[in-house]
Design a protein around this ligand. Sequence first.
Ligand code: ADP
Length: 404
Amino acid sequence: MARVHLDDVTKRYEDIIAVNEMNLEIRDGEFVCLVGPSGCGKSTTMETIAGLTKPTEGTVTIGETDVTTLPPKDRGVSMVFQNIALFPHMDVYDNISFGLRLRKFDKDEIDRRVQEASDVVQLEGMLDREPNELSGGQQQRVAIARAIVRKPDVFLMDEPLANLDAKLRVHMRTELQRLHKQLDTTIIYVTHDQAEAMTMSDRIAVINAGELQQIDPPLVCYNEPANRFVAGFIGSPSMNFVEGELTGDGLTTDHFDLEFDPTDLDTAADDVTMGVRPEDIYLEREADSATSTSETIEARTDVLEPMGDEIFIYLSLDGASSEMMTSDEASTASNQLLMSVDPDTEIEADESVSVVLDRSKIHLFETASGTAITHGIAALSAQQSPAAGSSGVAPEAESGGQHE
Ligand code: ADP
């Protein structure tokens, strides 16, 4: 177990800045996912920790040792990659023990460690099989066992589940969490899949364009995203964004207004983007009266997507069609809102509906910088004149609160 510390790490490839002034403190025994879109610098960050690439600037510390210039073998790290590179002509036992044999470990010690590791990843009874006799998931477990036998201080995993089918990936997520508990080791895990990051991590490090956006527990990234990028990246389907302007009475957008007292908001910006998640929009007729809800927004249901456990409704605010849009595109188009409702909701396409937003879950971001201003306007409405709450639902101050 060891802490990993990146101090102002920058990695340049000629004119490409793959990683930009990254400061990252990963604690002893923590499971941290580095998550972000393709090309954002996740793998390069991981490679600087592994020693596969040297940072252009900055230092990497593992435990108490500055490892910036140390080769991978002297860093106490083990790696598992997306492409499972097993030796095809060796059986599972020899694949797992390869590194130990290379380092001339004693035969009894090798035996003991292979047994222990194959127990952990549940490969008992398969040690004499060759890789082509194993499923994709079993092969990945061999790769993990090979990393375990080295008893590393830190596990580095770069999209290790990416090549597995969806069902197996979900199963392996659970296995990796169990493994983390059992081994009590620091794990740094790269993925572009926010759902994977949400379900496994102690904390998520969200990266965009080589820069760390936020490092926090999954639910903090979900409930209190530091900026618009994190808000849009974490959560599926994505948060809806609607651009507007801050006035003395609240927020004005092309399609609706939100009334609140903006005086206490910590921003000098006039151009402000509202964000609300699909799960925080309600049909007015079904809104819980205990929830502080926004003014009524008139919309038309465009496309319905029954998912089994919920229905996604693409709402058109001005009659525009969302056809051919993906859920992510729809949630970022300012004349669209994507909402999700219970599967037994009676609703049809092309129906006029009144919807309300949960005021405690309305996020505001500065449009220019993307920085979060607040994660809830319910508390602001308490200072508001009786004009607020034109939906007929009494607004109540509640916990969503203002971002400090
Ligand atoms: P991710 O893992 O998030 O997909 P990477 O860390 O692989 O992103 O890449 C970050 C950026 O650095 C990309 O623009 C990529 O093209 C660039 N890059 C990565 N490795 C190299 C390299 N060896 N030479 C030049 N550019 C590279």
